[in-house]
Write a protein that binds this ligand. Structure first.
Ligand code: ITT
Length: 207
């Protein structure tokens, strides 16, 4: 039986694949599903300076178009030596319309002055849930690791092959979807989201 409906406010199919595993209890939908082919996925200019601003913008805009409860994800890779960059600019780091190999190279170029220091980093995900009635709700998750000096593995998406996970002891590019979904930033934010949903069903637990 399908669970509550939830619209994923994203065009990133890597995120969609992870949400399908992490939120299987929901009847998930997103702009690339055939039933929404008649609606154009809104282009959202992600010019916020925080993940929260961008996640809110995506959630509000998608809700305006699709009129269903939506979950938006704004996420990124934060490198300590680069003062948290690429951060909110992760999708565009190094320039527009780059291949992932070119984006990784841009990151390595920025890290080249620090060859002897550990390139510690984390992924962060911030979700915004908006149903059109209640105030938007936010959920956050992080996972620690470091940037590798060469890509390892072909799993996942985006920065996964150059991110070594401290919890898994290997790159996200080498990890199975199941392994990544146990410990990722997105999995942690999903846990926070599910805990909140449960508290709605059991109001006593909120006290
Ligand atoms: P939407 O805005 O439509 O969700 P997007 O790809 O533009 O798609 P973001 O604005 O949140 O998403 O940008 C986040 C960037 O960080 C994007 O380039 C991702 O590929 C990358 N990223 C986020 N989570 C990641 C993960 O789990 N593994 C690898 N890269 C990730």
């Amino acid at each position: 039986m399908a669970g509550p409906a939830l619209f994923l406010a994203t065009v990133n199919l890597g995120k969609v694949a992870e949400f399908q595993k992490l939120l299987g209890q929901f009847a998930l939908s997103h702009p690339k599903r055939p039933e929404f082919a008649h609606l154009k996925a809104p282009h959202v200019v992600e010019d916020g300076t925080t993940y929260f601003e961008n996640a809110l913008k995506k959630a509000m805009r998608y809700h305006e178009v699709y009129r269903v409860p939506v979950l938006a994800d704004d996420s990124g890779l934060e490198v300590d030596l680069l003062k948290g960059e690429p951060g909110v600019n992760s999708a565009y780091y190094g320039g527009d319309n780059l291949s992932w190999a070119d984006r990784w190279s841009a990151l390595w170029a920025a890290l080249r002055p620090f060859p002897h220091e550990p390139w510690t980093a984390r992924f962060r995900a911030v979700f915004c849930y908006y149903d059109g009635q209640s105030v938007p709700k936010f959920f956050e998750g992080t996972t620690e690791g470091k940037v590798l000096s060469s890509a390892k593995g072909g799993e996942g998406f985006g920065y996964d092959p150059i991110f070594w996970s401290a919890l898994l002891g290997k790159s996200f590019g080498e990890a199975s979807a199941e392994d990544k979904n146990r410990i990722s930033h997105r999995a942690a934010a999903v846990q926070a989201f599910l805990k909140w949903r449960e508290s709605l069903d059991h109001p006593d637990a909120r006290r």
